[in-house]
Structure formats: C-alpha cells, structure tokens
Design a protein around this ligand. Structure first.
Ligand code: URA
Length: 261
C-alpha cells in the first residue's frame, strides 16, 4: 500500500469505529438510504389531499358542505357564550367574514333579562368589534335609558350577523340562513326572558316575517321567548316622527319586564 491508500485505510477505519460507537453495528441493506429525502417525501404525501378515484364509468361526486348544516353542527357544539364566539370566529363558510375587520359578537350583560337583536354591524361596529356603538347605537342607549335599562347593567345585545356586509348592503337570505343557527344558540345560551327585535331584517330572521311598520309593538314568540319588534334606531334617525311609536314599544317592554318581577 502506498502512503495515500494507508491514509484512506485509516480514515475509513476511523469512520467505521465512529459508526460502531453510535450503535450502527449491523449491515441491513446493500445500498445507502437517504432518510432525509424519504422524510420530505412522506411529509409532502401527507399534505396532499386524498382524492378517491371514481370507479370505471362513474362520475366523481362533488363533496359540497351545506353551510346551514355546518353552522347547526358548530353552534350545537358550543356549551358557553365564549365557545360560541370561538365557533363563529372559526366558521369559514360565510363570505362576509373576509371583508370584515372584526367579528362583532355581543355587548352588555350576559344573562340579562332583556336581549336586543339588531341586524348587522356598520362601520363603527366593525372597527370596534362591538354592536351598536355608532350613531344608531347612541340613540338605542337613550331609548333604553328612558326605561331604566343600560348595556352596562341589565341588557345584552347582539346582531343577526356578526360581520359587516360590504357598503352596509342588506344581508342576503343565504347569509341570514347560515348564521341563524348561531343566533338561536346565542339566545339559548344568554337565556333572556324577553327579546327586543330591532328592525326588519331581525324580524325576518327571528319571526320569519317582514313589515316592521305592521309588526312593531305586537308581542310575538321567537326562539321560545316573548319578543317585541320595534323600529331600528337608524330608521328613527332618518324618520324622527316614528320615535313616538318606538317610545310606545319601549313602554310595552318595560311593562312586561316589571310584570316578570
Ligand atoms: N345596526 C345594527 O343593526 N346593529 C349594529 O350593531 C349597528 C347598527
């Protein structure tokens, strides 16, 4: 052996001894295995969606989620208001969420005797993540104060939709339908004695009826609880002459609340 192959022999022996020290003392294959490459391959295969091949002559069925069924399942799984908020935040089938800054879930006192259901967040609500904080909300607060109620003490507030529709457009029937299971669960978990339904869209969602001018001031039942529809405060800002009827609705709410005690 020349000196160069002597060196190779010593280097090879040192490498072998090092492997033996690590515990690699058995020869299990004729060729080396690149375990690093194998691991990457396995990871990629796991991430790829598994698509079942259709049988010969069959058309592969399109797997489509029914948003209402998915919402019902997600809402039913929520045992607390916090879990419901999380379930709504995770609900990915309503496109409104993608254009909204915040999920607007609630304000006020959970467990209060009176629960108000509005329509959908506007710009201010979207920014702050709270319902009824804009001009309409300030008027609502005044209407509540006039009968001794406030969101800091004895009222709980939510909306039919938790995300602001773009340009404040009216919510679409499909959007209301898919968020309704969450609203129903919200009412069940907040467990109010009375509901104040604010505006036409909320009437439609909770009573299945529209025509707020006709419906307002008449007690109905929504989600198994007494509910009174009234004008939306945004409408009252545009039509102040309607405040007189809204005041009558607030008095009716107050009287029913007193009768509970
Ligand atoms: N209008 C609503 O119906 N809800 C809000 O939260 C704000 C404005």
């Amino acid at each position: 052996m020349d000196s160069a192959s002597d060196m190779d022999w010593h280097a090879a022996r040192a490498a072998l001894e090092w492997q033996l020290e690590l515990g690699a003392d058995e020869c299990i294959a004729d060729a080396p295995v690149d375990r690093f490459a194998a691991e990457i391959e396995a990871r990629e295969a796991k991430a790829a969606p598994v698509v079942a091949a259709p049988m010969a002559g069959q058309v592969a069925p399109a797997v489509e989620q029914d948003p209402v069924q998915e919402a019902e399942r997600a809402a039913a799984g929520a045992a607390t208001l916090e879990q419901l908020r999380e379930a709504m935040a995770a609900f990915d089938l309503c496109d409104l969420r993608h254009g909204a800054r915040n999920l607007v879930f609630c304000d006020g006192v959970p467990g209060a005797k009176v629960m108000i259901v509005g329509e959908a967040p506007g710009r201010d609500e979207d920014r702050q993540g709270k319902p009824f904080v804009g001009r309409a909300g300030q008027l609502l607060d005044k209407m509540l104060a006039a009968i001794g109620l406030s969101r800091s003490e004895n009222v709980y507030i939510t909306n039919v939709l938790p995300w602001r529709p773009p340009q404040n457009r009216d919510p679409r029937p499909a959007e209301i339908a898919m968020m309704k299971p969450f609203l129903a669960r919200h009412i069940a978990l907040a467990d109010p004695d009375l509901l104040l339904i604010v505006g036409n869209i909320s009437c439609n969602a909770l009573l299945g009826k529209t025509g707020i001018t006709r419906l307002r001031g008449h007690w109905a039942e929504a989600e198994g609880r007494p509910a009174i529809p009234t004008f939306h405060p945004a409408y009252l800002l545009r039509q102040p002459q309607a405040k007189r009827e809204a005041w009558a609705d607030m008095l009716a709410l107050s009287a029913r609340l007193r009768a509970l005690k």
